[in-house]
Design a protein around this ligand. Structure first.
Ligand SMILES: N[C@H](CCC[C@H](N)C(=O)O)C(=O)O
Length: 167
């Protein structure tokens, strides 16, 4: 999947860099709640959160994505809008995420999002560089390899539906 881009202005985010040029576990106020976010570009912008000031450890199934997702997507701190991943930590090698995709909404899977989640988990100290990431559509294996800084994603491709479009 290539290398993550962490420089704030390249993600892009208007949040101030707080770790070198990156934004790591930084406060983002959404509807009066301060969320801890890490910003990563995989060629597209991602805002990854593991919790907020009221709830440090998310139970991602309890979130109302349709309500909060758009508020992240269109937040003024993201000039190109953003994809947002909400993450629950089971262990240092097992994470669960739900995603709100820019321009699409809640989806069953997002490969770049799963990669961004592992980068953020490593930077925030939640997990190691090899993780299983559970998504609504199934698990992905993600490695952020130290030797080359590249991210490797392994997982199946599944048929989810058939359709036809009259032209
Ligand atoms: N579906 C793609 C990512 C699309 C993200 C798109 N919503 C964007 O804003 O770039 C994936 O699995 O990586």
């Amino acid at each position: 999947m290539g290398e993550p881009i962490l420089k704030a202005s390249d993600v892009p985010t208007r949040l101030s860099p707080n770790k070198g040029q990156s934004v790591v576990k930084s406060g983002l106020v959404v509807d009066g709640v301060t969320w801890d976010v890490t910003c990563v570009s995989m060629g597209n912008p991602h805002c990854v959160t593991f919790g907020n000031k009221e709830n440090q450890s998310l139970q991602v199934d309890e979130l109302n994505l349709a309500e909060i997702g758009p508020k992240f997507e269109h937040h003024e701190m993201f000039p190109a809008r953003t994809n947002t991943e909400f993450v629950q930590v089971f262990s240092s090698s097992h994470l669960k995420m739900r995603v709100w995709e820019r321009g699409a909404g809640a989806t069953l899977a997002c490969g770049t999002g799963a990669c961004a989640v592992v980068v953020a988990a490593v930077l925030e100290g939640h997990a190691g560089r090899n993780c299983t990431v559970d998504l609504p559509g199934g698990p992905l294996e993600i490695e952020w390899r130290e030797e080359d800084n590249h991210i490797y994603m392994t997982g199946p491709a599944e048929v989810v539906f058939y359709g036809s479009v009259p032209l």
